[in-house]
Design a protein around this ligand. Structure first.
Ligand code: ATP
Ligand code: FE
Length: 356
C-alpha cells in the first residue's frame, strides 16, 4: 500500500508518502516539512489566522514536491490521509480541503487521521513493534500516557492538567532571558549548573495516578529568579545555569515517577513483549531521555525513541497512520469534518468515538 499524508494542524505544513507491504519494513518514500517560525516570531506564539493562510499557500507545493521526489503520480497511490484534528481549526480545514480535492480528482479513498494517533503510531513506522505498547507523548502542546492497543484503540492513563513540559521549557527560557526554543537552550545551559542549589516542587507526586502539572513549576522558577535579582541586581551565567538545572531535574523527576506508575498499570495487563515508546520534542532532552530509558529497563520493557524528525510534527506519521487505518478497513467520505478538539481516548476506547 502507498499512502500520501498531509499535516497542517499547527505551524508546520507537511506532506509525505509512505509505502508498506506486509512482511517488509515500511518505507518513507518522500517527505517535506515547511515551518512557519519566521512568520510568528514577532508575536510570541503561533497566530492562527497567519498559520492558516500560510498552509493554504504551501500545501499544494508540498504535495507536488513529495509526489515528484517519490517519482509517483496520483494513480500510484492507494489512499490519501490527512490530519482532521485536533489543532488550530483554520490549518486543519486547509489540509482537509486539500485532501478532499485530491481524493475527488484522483478517485482515491480519503482517511481522516487524529494528529495524536499519528504521534502514537510513529514507533510502528520506525521499529517493528506489536500492540499493546505504552506511549509517553511529551511535546510543546501535549503530555500524556497512552496504552496503544490498535491503530484505533487508545487508553489514556493520565496527562498534564495544565501546561505541557515543552511549554514550560519555553516559558522558563523567557524568564531566564535564554533564547527560544527554550528546550534545547535550557538543556545546554543546565549542563554547567548545580541542580541542588534551588529545590523546585515536584507537583502531584503526592497524589496517586499518572496526572501531572507543570505550571506551578514555572511560578516557582519565576519567584526564585526574582529573589536572586532582588539580592544581586541581576542574573549571572551561573544563576541561569543553576536555575535551569534545578528546573530540568524537577521535570525529569516528575516524568520518571509518573512513567513508573504508568508502566505498572500497563505491565499488570501482562503484554507478551512489553515496550515503552516516547515521542514529542521534549523527548530530545538527553537527561529526560536517559532517565526514561533507565526506568523502562528497570521494569523489563523495551525502550523505543523514534528519530527526532519523526517525533516532532511531520506528515510521514499521518501517512503511516492512514495506511494502518486503511488496512484495517477504515475509510472516510466527503463529510469528513475538521475538529479543533478530538481526544484520543473515549469511553468506547476508540478514536472514532468522540465528536462524530
Ligand atoms: P504539539 O506537536 O504537541 O502540538 P509542538 O509542535 O510545540 O506541540 P514539538 O514540535 O513536538 O511540539 O516539540 C517542540 C517542543 O519541544 C518545544 O516546546 C521545545 O522547547 C521542546 N524541546 C525541544 N528540544 C528540547 C530539549 N532538548 N529539551 C526539552 N525540551 C525540548
Ligand atoms: Fe504534534
Amino acid at each position: 500500500l502507498t499512502v500520501l499524508g498531509i499535516e497542517s494542524s499547527c505551524d508546520d505544513t507537511a506532506a509525505a508518502i509512505v509505502r508498506h507491504e506486509v512482511g517488509s519494513a515500511p518505507q518513507i518514500l518522500s517527505q517535506v516539512v515547511v515551518g512557519q517560525a519566521d512568520l510568528h516570531k514577532d508575536f510570541g506564539g503561533v497566530v492562527p489566522e497567519i498559520a492558516a493562510r500560510a498552509h493554504v499557500e504551501k500545501l499544494d507545493y508540498c504535495v507536488q514536491d513529495v509526489m515528484s521526489l517519490a517519482g509517483l503520480s496520483f494513480s500510484d497511490l492507494d489512499a490519501i490521509a490527512v490530519t482532521s484534528g485536533p489543532g488550530l481549526i483554520g490549518g486543519v480545514i486547509s489540509g482537509v480541503m486539500c485532501a478532499k480535492g485530491i481524493a475527488v480528482a484522483a478517485g482515491l479513498p480519503l482517511i481522516g487521521v487524529n494528529h495524536l494517533a499519528g504521534h502514537a503510531l510513529t514507533p510502528r513506522l520506525t521499529d517493528s513493534l506489536d500492540f499493546p505498547y505504552l506511549m509517553l507523548l511529551v511535546s510543546g502542546g501535549h503530555c500524556q500516557f497512552l496504552i496503544v492497543r490498535s491503530e484505533n484503540e487508545f487508553t489514556r492513563l493520565g496527562g498534564t492538567i495544565d501546561d505541557a513540559p515543552g511549554e514550560a521549557f519555553d516559558k522558563i527560557a523567557r524568564i531566564l532571558a535564554l533564547p527560544q526554543p527554550g528546550g534545547p537552550n535550557i538543556e545546554k545551559c543546565a549542563l554547567s549548573g548545580d541542580p541542588a542549589r534551588f529545590r523546585f516542587p515536584r507537583p502531584l507526586l503526592d497524589r496517586p495516578g499518572c496526572d501531572m502539572s507543570f505550571s506551578g513549576l514555572k511560578t516557582a522558577v519565576l519567584r526564585a529568579r526574582d529573589s536572586v535579582v532582588a539580592d544581586k541586581g541581576g542574573l549571572t551565567k551561573k544563576d541561569q545555569a543553576d536555575l535551569s538545572a534545578g528546573f530540568q531535574q524537577a521535570v525529569t523527576a516528575v516524568l520518571i515517577e509518573k512513567t513508573r506508575r504508568a508502566l505498572t498499570v500497563y505491565l499488570s495487563e501482562n503484554p507478551s513483549v512489553p515496550a515503552f515508546a516516547v515521542a514529542g520534542g521534549v523527548s530530545a532532552n538527553m537527561e529526560i531521555r536517559a532517565a526514561l530509558e533507565t526506568v523502562s529497563a528497570e521494569n523489563g520493557a523495551r525502550f523505543i525513541a523514534p528519530p527526532l524528525a519523526l517525533c516532532t510534527d511531520n506528515a510521514a506519521m499521518i501517512a503511516w497512520t492512514g495506511l494502518e487505518r486503511f488496512r484495517a478497513g477504515h475509510e472516510d467520505d466527503m463529510t469528513l469534518a475538521a475538529r479543533p478538539r478530538w481526544p484520543l481516548d473515549t469511553k468506547s476506547g476508540s478514536m472514532l468515538g468522540s465528536g462524530k
